[in-house]
Design a protein around this ligand. Structure first.
Ligand code: BGC
Length: 339
């Protein structure tokens, strides 16, 4: 694609033609406009690329609709974008849609979520997802003072959507930090629910998370006076919001709210942190946006973009050249950096 464009430019110059070669266009396929994180970040990436001189074409896949995203990806590739950036709805469902990228040699960057089962993605940009889980687990361990033994704290666990590779890795990271305390009985999962099919929230859907928290409250009888709950591991701010809402309905307030984790530093997440209802979140958008713009700049010049990991993310067909940014913990002391 790039070569074709350079050749076209050369011909235009030789002929002293007034034709100008078209701007380098980046197609953006984002998973949904319904989730504040993705809506905001879609426009952040779009703006970052435009400010760097690129032309862009931005799509959101409705309410996380994998079929709609496949159509959007095909459309962008039919339009011969020079680079495609995809934040997948379902990372394993894009193999067919991405075939034209392989045929036409259009580079593809998998954004934040891994795209699996195809050789199409050239690069992966994300954060260290295991570290996100570790930071959530560490935060809970510290807030509950689990380091000193003999604690008898209660927790409930939530995991993200199982069709999203990140969800499994977040959980693995968190368990690295919490398993020891669960095994020695300092931390008790009162419902006993810890298997993926019991605790995962398909599509990261906030309504489903609310239903699960309502049902945990009903079954375990959680209430602020006689049946306390000390912590909830939540993988992101959206799910944390649902958990908080369910707990508030049965009388929990900032003074007795369990310690709840999050991720994404969304506006609602930050508001909940400010109100003392959510303990922490993770900020990653700024680094991801900066990183993807730098990758696009290198690719547009025909150069290999910087990456810092070529061993952690195997997409089933190849091990990805990945740029993994650092996640940053946000709490009541520093939420300003994410605003
Ligand atoms: C991301 C999270 C996000 C979740 C739901 C995951 O792939 O890593 O940051 O909260 O999707 O959108």
């Amino acid at each position: 694609m790039l070569k074709r464009k350079i050749a076209a430019t050369a011909v235009a110059l030789l002929c002293l033609s007034p034709l100008v070669s078209h701007a380098f266009t980046v197609g953006l396929a984002f998973p949904t406009q319904e989730d504040p994180r993705w809506y905001k970040e879609g426009f952040m990436v779009d703006k970052g690329l435009k400010d760097a001189g690129f032309k862009t074409d931005l799509y959101f896949a409705g309410e996380t609709d994998p079929v709609l995203q496949q159509r959007q990806v095909k459309r962008l590739l039919d339009d011969n974008v020079d680079l495609l950036v995809v934040a997948a709805v379902d990372g394993s469902a894009l193999t067919d849609a991405l075939k034209p990228a392989i045929e036409k040699k259009i580079p593809v960057i998998a954004y934040d979520r891994l795209i699996t089962g195809t050789e199409a993605p050239s690069y992966y940009i994300s954060v260290d997802n295991e570290m996100i889980g570790e930071l959530q687990g560490e935060y809970l361990a510290k807030a509950l003072a689990l380091g000193s033994s003999g604690q008898n704290k209660t927790i409930e666990l939530f995991q993200g959507s199982l069709d999203d590779n990140n969800a499994k890795i977040f959980f693995k990271g968190a368990m690295k930090k919490l398993r020891l305390y669960i095994d020695r009985g300092d931390l008790v999962i009162k419902s006993g629910e810890q298997k993926a099919d019991e605790i995962s929230i398909p599509g990261w859907d906030n309504e489903t998370a609310l239903k699960r928290m309502d049902s945990l409250i009903a079954k375990q009888g959680y209430n602020p006076s006689t049946q306390k709950l000390d912590a909830v591991l939540s993988p992101n701010d959206g799910i944390a919001g649902s958990i908080i809402y369910a707990l508030e309905k049965v009388g929990f307030t900032k003074g007795n709210m369990p310690v709840i984790t999050g991720c994404d530093a969304t506006q609602t997440g930050i508001e909940n942190i400010k109100k003392g209802l959510q303990g922490m979140s993770i900020y990653k958008s700024g680094e991801l946006v900066k990183g993807v713009v730098e990758m696009a700049q290198a690719i547009s010049k025909g150069e290999e973009p910087d990456y810092n990991d070529d061993f952690s993310y195997d997409n089933g067909v190849k091990v990805m050249k990945s740029l993994l940014c650092d996640p940053e913990v946000i709490d009541s002391t520093n939420y300003q950096i994410a605003q």
